[in-house]
Design a binder for this molecule. Structure first.
Ligand SMILES: [Zn+2]
Length: 307
């Protein structure tokens, strides 16, 4: 049982509006598939703690954290941007989502788990230093990375983001931090319309045209991510695991399939074995077709757990 699976019941209680694609059903679909595929019982299960303001403030402007706390409604819905809203349980879900990545980082660095998957929402990779965006409120993966650097003294961390959307919030937070490399494949041109012109050596951004398939994705990982990661030699790897580049996803137009997620997970595990003592913390980002999300995430987790 070397893989930790970290979630929290409040992750099911964050609801934006009736038909929003970023829905609690995403979490239920993944858990149900893990059980059906007989993967669930092979994982170490943990409930995530709330992230603290100290942990959040490593990557977010303190005034932004205060604003989110103040905006959190007692009832009804408050919109942070046209795509992103808070209901009465959203603040708790968001704090538990960021707290999950902190807990995962502690488990993996202490050796209590070889790797970890955080099954949480809201997702995080569009949240910048002082803004919510694209269904994201706190940048969960960034909070975990900052915890690894500041609390545990990790010198070099890599974030590999295979969500179909560019991890613009993660780039915003770490673009000036020499201890962090971001490797992101994303559909372009497409929301959030950033990433294609970053011109920073540690920001390995690989735009993919609409319609690109697994061959183009694997080529990008092998020929762009691989050499950069080998030169950077990360001591720990974080994954922004979005599954919305799947061909069945309704929000985007790439054509990955389950085997591509298994392949990239194995590729990242090989890099982690070479440089990072196997240390991988993966966290859920996007993925909006419930069937392909559950199938791809289960394949990813099964691969991490080596079962
Ligand atoms: Zn996405």
């Amino acid at each position: 049982m070397h893989t930790a699976f970290i979630s929290h019941p409040d992750t099911l209680l964050h609801v934006m509006d009736g038909n929003h694609p970023e829905s609690p059903a995403r979490i239920s679909a993944i858990k149900d598939r893990l059980i059906g595929a007989q993967v669930y019982d092979h994982l170490q299960h943990f409930e995530s703690p709330l992230a603290t303001d100290e942990q959040l403030a490593r990557v977010h402007d303190p005034a932004y954290i205060r604003r989110i706390r103040e905006l959190a409604p007692q009832a009804g819905i408050v919109h942070l941007d046209p795509d992103t809203a808070m209901g009465p349980m959203t603040l708790s879900a968001a704090l538990h989502a960021a707290g999950a990545v902190v807990m995962a980082t502690d488990k993996v660095i202490s050796g209590k788990a070889l790797n970890a998957f955080c099954c949480v929402r809201p997702p995080g990779h569009h949240a910048g230093r002082a803004n919510a965006e694209g269904f994201c409120i706190f940048n969960n993966v960034a909070v975990g990375v900052a915890h690894a650097l500041t609390h545990h003294g990790i010198e070099r961390a890599a974030v590999i983001d295979f969500d179909v959307h560019h991890g613009d919030g993660t780039e915003d937070i770490f673009r000036d931090n020499p201890k962090v490399m971001l490797c992101s494949t994303f559909q372009h041109p497409f929301f959030p319309h950033r990433g294609a012109d970053s011109r920073i050596d540690r920001m390995i951004n690989v735009p993919l045209a609409a319609g690109a398939d697994g061959a183009a994705f694997r080529h990008a990982v092998e020929h762009e991510f691989g050499p950069a990661l080998s030169a950077f030699r990360p001591e720990m790897i974080f994954i922004s695991a979005g599954f919305d580049a799947h061909r069945d996803d309704p929000l985007a137009s790439l054509n990955l399939i389950r085997d591509d997620y298994i392949w990239v997970t194995r590729y990242i595990m090989a890099i982690a074995r070479r440089y990072a003592q196997d240390r991988i913390v993966s966290t859920l980002e996007g993925g909006y077709d419930l069937i392909s999300l559950a199938d791809s995430a289960t394949a990813h987790i099964r691969t991490l757990a080596d079962i």
